[in-house]
Design a protein around this ligand. Structure first.
Ligand code: DAH
Length: 349
């Protein structure tokens, strides 16, 4: 067969061969059959040198034409097959997003930190800022500046954990309350003062269902011109409703703390039975839950930090974080907070 006929037959057969390739792999094979080294087109190209020089331009031109046609057909078929291939993979590899997945255990904040954040958040909303102070504290700030005389029973070694005990002038102890930060803050800031102080406190305590030697408190202090007891009550009532629910009522009863006068304890109405279901699982039927200590800042405290009690007045309060969380979530043993048992912790995400 002369070169012209070879080229004609390649051109005639190429569409069928290319169209018949059902996969990209088959198309690769067809391509090498049509254009590769041992292909008829390859043979014609190689034989060009031995052609009659007069025929060469014509055969050369036809060879290029046929090659281009074959390439164009291959290109079009390749695109078709690629589109098919992609459509097939999309169907076959489809992921069923409704299938149950593996679960990846994820940590969460400890309930105590969640509780602290929530309480601090409520007071932030009233304009209070967060203050903190050292856990290893001077006797002066923990007691003296807070109007607590050297003879007060809380100062005994049986109640307080001392790092340095003996000389009342330079006692060092693990703070038994967050109240010393009241004195530290006022010493270094001018009124008005609106601070909350979350932190750890330490006491010589035998561990049981309601006591731990290390626990958390949040202190609050407001000092400004003409602060009154009604401000204390309004603030704590707002806080209680935010924390326990909008229908919560509060009750204040007289109490005693060295650094406030008058002092009070604040109870909230039981959110479980709303005031007196006999044997209620939360309040035991009392209808009220004792939540925190509070009062009007004693003028002696204001004097100790260099404030003038004739110019400013204030209120303070202190609450136990564990107690707040226990009441709110019906937790009956304070030791759950430190057991690190995931069955407990993972209930509060
Ligand atoms: N510091 C007190 C305690 O640990 C709690 C307390 C009561 C704090 C009355 C106060 C307050 O600021 O005004 O028991």
């Amino acid at each position: 067969m002369d070169a012209g006929s070879v080229l004609d037959s390649v051109l005639a057969e190429a569409p069928t061969a290319i169209g018949g390739a059902a996969t990209l792999e088959e198309l690769d094979r067809v391509e090498s059959d049509l254009l590769g080294k041992g292909s008829p087109l390859g043979d014609v190209r190689r034989s060009m040198g031995s052609l009659d020089p007069a025929d060469r331009p014509l055969v050369g031109e036809k060879l290029n034409e046929v090659t281009r046609s074959v390439q164009a057909l291959l290109f079009a078929r390749r695109i078709e097959l690629e589109i098919d291939d992609e459509a097939r993979r999309l169907t076959e590899d489809r992921i069923d997003v409704t299938l149950a997945s593996h679960s990846f255990p994820q940590g969460s904040q400890h309930l105590l930190q969640q509780t602290i954040d929530e309480i601090v958040d409520i007071f932030n909303g009233l304009g209070y800022v967060v203050a903190d102070g050292p856990e290893a504290e001077l006797g002066w700030y923990n007691f003296d500046a807070l109007n607590t005389p050297p003879t007060h029973p809380a100062r005994l070694e049986s109640d307080t954990l001392y790092l340095d005990y003996g000389d009342p002038a330079d006692e060092v102890l693990l703070r038994t309350q967050t109240s010393p930060v009241q004195a530290r803050w006022m010493e270094t800031h001018e009124p008005p003062v609106y601070v909350v102080v979350p932190g750890k406190v330490y006491r010589q305590e035998t561990t049981d269902a309601t006591h731990l030697p290390v626990f958390h408190q949040i202190e609050g202090l407001a000092v400004d011109e003409s602060i009154q007891f009604s401000d204390l009550k309004g603030t704590l009532a707002h806080f209680s409703r935010e924390f326990f629910g909008p229908s919560t009522s509060v009750r204040l009863r007289p109490d005693f703390f060295p650094f406030t006068e008058p002092s009070a304890d604040l109870s909230v109405s039981c959110f479980a039975c709303d005031g007196g279901e006999p044997g209620c699982r939360v309040c035991g039927g009392a209808g009220w839950l004792e939540m925190l200590g509070c009062g009007m800042v004693d003028p002696n405290v204001l004097l100790a930090v260099g404030y003038d009690p004739s110019q400013v007045s204030g209120f303070a309060f202190g609450m136990g974080v564990e107690r707040m969380a226990m009441v709110r979530h019906g937790i009956n043993d304070i030791r759950h907070f430190v057991d690190n048992d995931l069955r407990f912790l993972s209930q509060f995400r």
